[in-house]
Every structure is written in C-alpha cells, then in structure tokens.
Design a protein around this ligand. Structure first.
Ligand SMILES: Cc1cc2nc3c(=O)[nH]c(=O)nc-3n(C[C@H](O)[C@H](O)[C@H](O)COP(=O)(O)OP(=O)(O)OC[C@H]3O[C@@H](n4cnc5c(N)ncnc54)[C@H](O)[C@@H]3O)c2cc1C
Ligand SMILES: NC(=O)c1ccc[n+]([C@@H]2O[C@H](COP(=O)([O-])OP(=O)(O)OC[C@H]3O[C@@H](n4cnc5c(N)ncnc54)[C@H](OP(=O)(O)O)[C@@H]3O)[C@@H](O)[C@H]2O)c1
Length: 468
C-alpha cells in the first residue's frame, strides 16, 4: 500500500471484557480514527461477574454462587446509564451477582462497545516490535484451537487482578493436615460445605464474606484467622447464633492431635482450611520488558497515573489499583486512555513518571497510617481525577455513599445488605427486599427482578414513589 493510502487510524486492542474492558470499549465506541478490537477469553462478557463451576489455575473466575454486591450498588451506577434506564424499575442496593451482570451487559450494548468484542479469544502473547512501532499479538480461539497473529498500535490490558491466588507460607506443620486445603479462588458454592467446620486464613472481604456464606448455607462453623488485626467486634457475626468467630492465626498444626494450636485459647480441628489471602497481579501474555510488577495497592507500582506503562506509553492498563471505586473508576480511567490515544495527553519523562508514582504512593502511605477508610477512598478519587482532569473528565465523588456503607457494615455486618440508598444519577431510592439477606437462599435473577418490578409498580400506584 502506498504511503498516500495508508490508514491514519490507530489499531487498538483491549484485552479482556470484564467491567474494565467494558468500560474501555464503551469509552472508545464510535471514536473516530480508531479500529478497536477486544479479545475476551470467556464465552460471555462480564469478567468476575460471570459464574462458572470450573476451578483451577487456568480458570479466571473467583466468583461464587449467591454473591450479592458487597458495596452499595449506588456506587457502581454509571452516569450515562442509570439502573432505572436498564431495568425499567427500582432495585435493591445489594442485588444478586447476575443482576449486576445483566446491567453491565446492557450498558455495553447501549454504548455499542459490544460490537468490537470477540469472545472465546485468549491473548497468549504481546510483544513490542520496535521496527514497526507496533505490538505483535498472538491470540487463540478456545473453541476452534486456531491461532491468530495481529498487530496493534495500542494495547489496553483489562484482564483483572483477582484470579491468581496469593498462596502464602503454610502454617507450621501444615503438611500433616489431612483435611481439604483450598484458596478462595476455587470457592464456588457454600452448599458444598454443609455440616463442616472451616478455618479461613485472612480476614479481608473474601474471608469475611465467604465465612458468612458458609454458615448461612449450613456449615457448622467458620473460624476467620487474621494476621494483623481483628476486623469486627467480638460477637458481630454471632447475633443470629451463627458460629463465626475471628481469631489470630494459629501458631502450628499438631499432627498427634490433628489440631491447630493457637497462642491463646482452644485448639481447632477443622475439616477444611481455606486461604483467603488475596490475589497477585499476573500478565502471562506480556513479554518480560512489558511486564507490570506491582502488589495490590491503591497506587500501583510503575504505572503513571495508575494507567500508563512508563517504558512504553502505548501499553495502558485499566482496573489495576486496589478497589474502593470499581465500575465508575474503570470508566474514568478508560476516558483518560481515550484522550491518550487521541493525542490529548503529553507524557513526561520516565523519571518524572516515577517521581509522580512515588508522590502518590507517599500519600497512600499517609492514608494507610491514618487507619481511616475515608482517607483511602478520597485518595482513590483524587488519584483517578489527577489523570482525568487532563482530558476534561471527572470521576463522581461517592465519598458520602462509601461512608454510609461503612457505617452500615459497622452497625451490623449481618444486616448491612438490607440497607437502602439514593441514586446519584437520578435521585431514586432503592427498594427494601421482601426477605433479609440472612434469609435469602436463592440467586434467581428472574424472581428477584419480577419482585422488584411489582414492588415499584405498587409504590408508584400508591403514590409513595414518583419516578423521574
Ligand atoms: C469474589 C469477588 C467478589 C467481588 N465482588 C465485588 C462487588 O460486590 N462489588 C464490586 O464493586 N467489586 C467486586 N469485586 C471486585 C471486582 O474485581 C470488580 O468488580 C471487577 O470485576 C473487576 O473488573 P475487571 O474487568 O478489571 O476484571 P475481571 O472482572 O477479572 O475481568 C477480566 C476479564 O479479562 C479476561 N481475560 C483475562 N485474561 C485474558 C486473556 N489472556 N485474553 C483474553 N481475555 C482475558 C477474563 O476472562 C475476564 O473476563 C469482587 C471480586 C471478587 C474476586
Ligand atoms: N463478596 C464480596 O463482597 C467480596 C468477596 C470476595 C472478594 N471481594 C473483592 O475481592 C478483592 C480481594 O479481596 P480478598 O479478601 O480476596 O483479598 P485482600 O483484600 O487482598 O485480603 C487478603 C487477606 O489475606 C491476608 N493475608 C495476606 N497474606 C497473609 C499471610 N501471609 N498470612 C495470613 N494472612 C495473610 C491479609 O491480611 P493483612 O490484613 O494482615 O494484610 C488480608 O486479610 C477485594 O477487592 C474485595 O472487595 C469481594
């Protein structure tokens, strides 16, 4: 092709179509001067919000059955697509996983982002070719086994970072434990643990929520063991007679008695040990020099503004920070990336990028030392907007909602999912479901949505609610 007819369009590849990839294809939908492709290895878009019975190291999913959002739905609601627009009626503030998946997929159809997505396509290699100034990308059709080689000007990694288990040093003597040992990555259905005693290692959101799921669905007991500090007051989980306690980590496993021993208190003889020790950022498809190496933190290592690879600014990342804000932050990052691809962002030197990362990580350390959650989410908001303001976009401040959510959790960890909130997008208030979370034993999307529709109609009919 002669230079005269050479396309000036940028070829852009988005890797993965979970909420981050959806945000990216939606931000780029209809953009002039770009050919956008998105390769998603799953057969369905939605990332962790899809659910599978598959487990193992090749499986991306870490999602389990009966999951209801762990944060207020209202801080997942996108400015350009209200829940009311999608569902046509009100919903509750902590809906089942499948309901959120439905919303995300509807958003992607509305924005037109779905048109560029190829499912069942796994990216296996991304290499920079300095001679063409393009990335050579190898991908694999997981249905036909065909391999493809394509080249792209820009690559946006949206492959998530809650899939590769962070296995930690085993408890002393653990090799003699004869019960089952697993990571939360492989937890799929609490019903598989009926009548069992489970010891969880780690008291982050996985440890906390999985313990509650287990006992709700019939496990005999769940003991959450922690390394740093107890997360909830004594008795927080036992109000309904649920057998859930938090204890410091055991000191060792004793083969003779078959028990885990603790520095203080009674020993424990669980049937299952579940590591809920988090996940590691992993990019198997990136060549060595393009790797992102970072622990899970609000301001990731290396990336300028949490988004741009300092060694090759054509390589960009969405969703890599630890997450207070999720869907709305992903979209804000995606809008910044759109600006980058359109040439609206000028990059500083590599040294200046590193200094910028350090400056924000210092702020994160201060927020961390304060022990105040509000400082953390404010930092995430400020860090995201530090990027967005360069392209005239703004992440919505949901600080009040996040504080409300923290208060609700503190008041009662077993009941926070029954609370309501007001939409920041259209001002409507969420519904109170007809059964409390502790009694909700179904994840059936259809019956949930039918109830929400009928309840909205009743509230409107009786003049209690006026919809916009
Ligand atoms: C158990 C669990 C529950 C959670 N609950 C909540 C919640 O209630 N509320 C909340 O806001 N957040 C929650 N989260 C956080 C969650 O990380 C985000 O909501 C969101 O799913 C992150 O989106 P993502 O697109 O960055 O990553 P993911 O959702 O992980 O999506 C990444 C996508 O990339 C694809 N992919 C990966 N590698 C490749 C490849 N090589 N080639 C092609 N495609 C690839 C995957 O198949 C996947 O579809 C939860 C996380 C977990 C683990
Ligand atoms: N249903 C839900 O609501 C839900 C469920 C699961 C996950 N999620 C989301 O998924 C993400 C990941 O959550 P996560 O809980 O899996 O991971 P996480 O937040 O990274 O928490 C990891 C936990 O493991 C502990 N840990 C790490 N190394 C350890 C070691 N060597 N020994 C003992 N304990 C160790 C940490 O303890 P320290 O505190 O000592 O570091 C921490 O308690 C979060 O964004 C969360 O919101 C949500």
């Amino acid at each position: 092709m002669s230079a005269l007819f050479k396309s000036s369009k940028k070829d852009v590849l988005v890797i993965g179509c979970g909420p981050s990839g959806m945000a990216q294809v939606n931000a780029l939908a209809g953009a002039k001067n770009m050919n956008v492709s998105c390769f998603e290895m799953n057969s369905e878009i939605g990332g962790l919000w899809t659910w599978t019975t598959n487990v193992g190291s090749d499986c991306h999913g870490s999602m389990y059955r009966y999951h209801q959002t762990n944060g207020l739905n209202e801080f997942l609601e996108l400015e350009n697509y209200s829940f009311l627009e999608h569902f046509g009626h009100l919903i509750t503030s902590y809906p089942p996983r499948a309901v959120m998946l439905d919303y995300l997929q509807g958003w992607t159809r509305k924005m037109g982002g779905d048109k560029c997505v190829t499912v069942n396509r796994k990216v296996t290699s991304v290499e920079w070719d300095a001679s063409t100034s393009k990335f050579n990308v190898v991908s694999h059709d997981t249905k036909t086994d065909f391999r493809y080689l394509n080249s792209f000007d820009k690559v946006v990694c949206c492959n998530g970072h809650f899939s590769n288990p962070n296995w930690v040093k085993p408890i002393d003597g653990m090799e003699d434990f004869t019960g089952a040992v697993m990571h939360s990555h492989s937890f799929r259905d609490a019903q598989d643990f009926k009548g069992k005693d489970i010891m969880l290692v780690g008291n982050g959101y996985s440890g906390e929520d999985i313990a509650m799921q287990l006992v709700k669905f019939g496990a005999k007991s769940a003991t959450i063991t922690y390394r740093t500090e107890q997360a909830h007051a004594d008795g927080a989980f036992t109000k309904l007679g649920w057998q859930i306690v938090e204890r410091p980590l055991p000191t060792r496993f004793d083969k003779a008695s078959g028990e885990f021993k603790f520095a203080e208190g009674a020993p424990l003889k669980p049937d299952v040990v579940m590591y809920c020790t988090g996940y590691k950022h992993t990019f198997k498809f990136l060549s060595d020099e393009l790797q992102l190496r970072t622990p899970n933190r609000l301001v990731p290592d290396m990336l300028w503004k949490g988004i741009v690879h300092p060694d090759n600014t054509n390589l960009l990342f969405v969703g890599m920070p630890d997450q207070y804000y999720t869907f709305t932050m992903f979209f804000a990052q995606a809008m910044f990336i759109k600006g980058c691809i359109e040439g609206k962002v000028s990059y500083p030197s590599k040294e200046e990028m590193a200094a910028h990362v350090k400056e924000w990580q210092d702020k994160e350390d201060v927020a961390h030392a304060s022990g105040d959650h509000a400082e953390h989410h404010r930092l995430q908001l400020a860090h995201t907007n530090d990027a967005c303001e360069m392209v005239g976009f703004k992440l919505r401040d949901d600080g009040d909602l996040i504080c409300q959510w923290q208060d609700d959790r503190h008041r009662d960890i077993l009941k926070y999912r029954d609370c309501v909130a007001k939409s920041k997008v259209d001002g409507t208030e969420s519904l109170i479901y007809n059964v409390p979370w502790t009694m909700m034993f179904t994840d059936d999307k259809i019956s949930y949505l039918s109830w929400c529709r009928a309840e909205t109609e009743r509230l409107v009919r009786e003049g209690i609610v006026k919809l916009p």
